[in-house]
Design a binder for this molecule. Structure first.
Ligand code: NAD
Length: 488
């Protein structure tokens, strides 16, 4: 792999201009597949930089909300066009910055473009209802108004799609934006910001400030002029943000972790179930909020399923992401690698049997990266830490069950409720699963990961603040309803 010696310094984007942080402090982002490959540096900004961005967003608000939805949508079409021109560059940056394999990075970039186009069209769709008034001479209806300035705080695991699925609806419904991307995805986010700049959005409509959550993130959350905060990330951070937003009366939306189960029924198509379990659990190195981590298998097919699963897991090619035959890249950073390895140790010490993987991977010239082997445990009980806490790594826990009822009961016995799937041919089993599974996304004969962009997405229980993102559901968070009564 080429080592870049002269890396670019990426700047904040505030009020239509690229600027250094007033701290003059930067962070160097390394490629997690090869620490010697420097992707670039980003600004470690302060609360003062953040204040500048919020002021710019607030100033731009008045004109932006006055535009028609169609005119705002036109800007989203322009951003999509700019991104399409640079899709390969964006995808390669993503792979170098956070380790996702190149086909996955390309897929995510194309998805970001599709989301922009979807919301561009939203600018021309209906925004309210006519409600009959008891006064026969009056007209009563609802319309929707933007919140004002929206703060976007995003994680590193989908550095293009998540910022866009938050920013695109925010913008089309008339809000202006201040975004703080995660440090480990900030250069990729900066590339998206360059496309926004090239699309010619009015100054201040979108602003990006990079830096620590404890500095920039907290300032966004606590700033009195930020009217709404949309957050995706860990539960610990989300809860903090929710409490701070509630305390000052700001609207907030939190999408957080998952501990997603797949149930393999005795009548399942085992080939499909193995494919779905591996893809759902190990793609993106298990670093998806919707990743499969608990695998409940009915005892009749347990041994056959396990054998097929291990056959396929053994074939997984670990690589640096850019190489075409990479199936699984590295963990996104050293901290993430150490967390995954420590969960593997906890699994072993709690008595689960490690049947594949479990070690850091440093073969084939990958010694400078944060790679871990795809890992499979069996003899896992539902009360073990590896069955209860989000690992966010390529670790599958197999749990043998006698009945579907037992599988459902154990699958629900966890604090999270993001996504879940089942493999079965029986319609009755499908319906029980749909009715009883406590998750915001349930999928049948399909992996736990993935949602179509035009459908609502979000979790139940501790996975979410119970609002929904994406599709037309996004209008609920990014606008307020105004009820209008007109007596001529
Ligand atoms: P994280 O919570 O560490 O960080 C998320 C963002 O919050 C980052 O931008 C970070 O800088 C910022 N932040 C940190 N402390 C802050 C503070 N005190 N105030 C304000 N902002 C702060 O999460 P991560 O490690 O980047 O992402 C992984 C997590 O995200 C996993 O738990 C995963 O399940 C979750 N996730 C959820 C979804 C979903 O839609 N439910 C999607 C992707 C990822």
């Amino acid at each position: 792999m080429t080592t870049i010696t002269k890396a670019k310094n990426y700047l904040n984007y505030i009020n239509g201009e690229w600027m250094e942080s007033i701290t003059q402090d930067v962070r160097v982002n390394e490629n997690p597949a090869n620490r010697k490959d420097i992707v670039g540096s980003i600004q470690l900004s302060s609360a003062e930089d953040t204040d500048k961005a919020v002021a710019a967003a607030q100033k731009a608000q008045k004109e932006w909300r006055r535009l028609s939805g169609a005119a705002r949508g036109d800007y989203l079409f322009k951003i999509a066009h700019q991104m399409e021109l640079r899709a390969d560059e964006i995808a390669k940056t993503m792979t170098r910055e956070m380790g996702k394999s190149l086909p996955e990075s390309k897929g995510e970039t194309m998805r970001g473009i599709a989301i922009l186009r979807y919301y561009a069209g939203e600018g021309m769709r209906k925004m309210g209802d006519v409600i009959p008034s008891t006064d026969s001479e009056a007209l009563m209806f609802t319309t929707r108004v933007p919140l004002g300035v929206v703060g976007v705080i995003s994680p590193w695991n989908f550095p293009v799609a998540i910022p866009i699925w938050k920013m695109a609806p925010a913008l089309v419904y008339g809000n202006t934006v201040v975004i703080k991307p995660a440090l480990d995805g900030a250069i990729t986010a900066a590339k998206v910001m360059e496309c926004i700049d090239e699309a010619g959005l009015p100054a201040g409509v979108v602003n990006m400030v990079t830096g620590f959550g404890s500095e920039v993130g907290e300032r966004i959350v606590n700033h009195p002029d930020v009217n709404g905060i949309t957050f995706t990330g860990s539960n610990a951070t989300g809860k903090r943000i929710g409490q701070a937003a509630l305390a000052r009366g700001a609207k907030y939306q939190l999408e957080m972790g998952g501990k997603n189960p797949v149930i393999i029924a005795a009548d399942a198509d085992l080939e499909a179930a193995v494919e779905g379990t591996i893809s759902g659990g190990l793609r993106s190195t298990g670093q998806k909020c919707t990743a499969t981590s608990r695998v409940f298998v009915q005892s009749e097919v347990y041994e056959a399923f396990k054998e097929k699963l291990l056959d396929k897991v053994k074939q997984i090619k670990i690589g640096n992401g850019i190489e075409e035959d990479t199936w699984m890249g590295p963990c996104a950073n050293e901290n993430q690698l150490n967390t995954v390895l420590s969960y593997i140790e906890k699994g072993k010490s709690e008595g689960a049997s490690l049947i594949f993987g479990g070690r850091r991977y440093q073969d084939n010239g990958l010694e400078e990266g944060y790679f871990v082997e795809p890992t499979v445990f069996e003899d896992v009980t539902n009360d073990m830490i590896i069955a209860q806490q989000e690992i966010f790594g390529p670790v599958l826990a197999l749990i043998k069950v006698d009945t579907i009822e037992e599988a459902l009961s154990l699958a629900n016995d966890v604090e999270f409720g993001l996504s879940a799937s089942i493999y079965t041919k029986d319609i009755g089993t499908m319906l029980s699963f749909i009715n009883e599974m406590e998750a915001g996304l349930v999928r049948i004969n399909a992996e736990t990961a993935g949602v179509e962009l035009q459908a609502p997405f979000g979790g139940m229980k501790q996975s979410s603040s119970h609002s929904r993102e994406q599709g037309q559901a996004a209008v609920e968070f990014f606008t307020s309803i105004k009820t209008v009564f007109v007596k001529p």
